[in-house]
Design a protein around this ligand. Structure first.
Ligand code: GLU
Length: 200
């Protein structure tokens, strides 16, 4: 099942998303990771194992996405853990679900893009990177997701616009409207301590 958590706002986004992931642990997972918008670049940290064991410090930031992964394509490893990045590292994606046509998309993208994981998910940041050559961020995400077959909930972080775009098809994703920021998560429990205003 896995869990997604994203936040942008006035709180420290890295602790908001890590605490959110802890509330999604019941969904089951084998690894986890976070991407945050640091000093004009996307910083990523990935770990195999339980998030409860993590005691490290994360950089303060206002925008972050995170995911607990339940591996369906590719073994359990830090490389296969989400988020996955575009070649130029300006796009980071967390995903819940299965991209059924990823082999076909990967074969096309591999002519210009370097893949480092065995996941189906990694086609998404590369598709968006390709579409960004002729579209703005929102349109690039829209066009990329239209090419996917299967189920997904995604949160896409873009360094250049400092925005997160979320979308879902067949997998859960709820938006939370807080007084000091916006949330997206696989389940409201991830952000209920911050806001009870949700859009399903
Ligand atoms: N299919 C993706 C993967 O294997 C996402 C799995 C999930 O929903 O956690 O990385």
């Amino acid at each position: 099942m896995c869990g997604i958590m994203a936040y942008t706002g006035n709180r420290n986004a890295s602790s908001v998303v890590v605490n959110g992931l802890k509330k999604l642990e019941y969904r089951g997972y084998d690894s986890w990771g976070i991407a945050l918008l640091g000093n004009s670049k996307i910083e990523v940290m990935k770990k195999v194992g339980k998030i409860g064991d993590f005691s490290g410090e994360l950089k303060e930031c206002s925008t972050a996405i995170a995911q607990t992964r339940w591996a369906t394509h590719g073994n359990v490893s830090e490389i296969n853990a989400h988020p996955h990045l575009s070649c130029d590292k300006t796009i980071a994606v967390v995903h819940n679900g299965i991209i059924e046509n990823y082999n076909e998309l990967k074969a096309i993208l591999e002519e210009k893009h370097r893949f480092i994981s065995q996941t189906d998910t990694e086609v998404i940041p590369h598709l968006i990177e390709e579409e960004l050559k002729s579209n703005d961020f929102e349109e690039a995400v829209r066009r990329s997701l239209a090419r996917l077959e299967g189920t997904f909930a995604v949160a896409v972080l873009n360094k250049d616009s400092s925005r997160i775009i979320c979308a879902r098809k067949g997998s859960p994703l709820v938006i939370g409207l807080g007084d000091d920021g916006l949330f997206a998560a696989s389940d409201v429990t991830a952000f209920l301590e911050h806001t009870k205003k949700a859009i399903f």
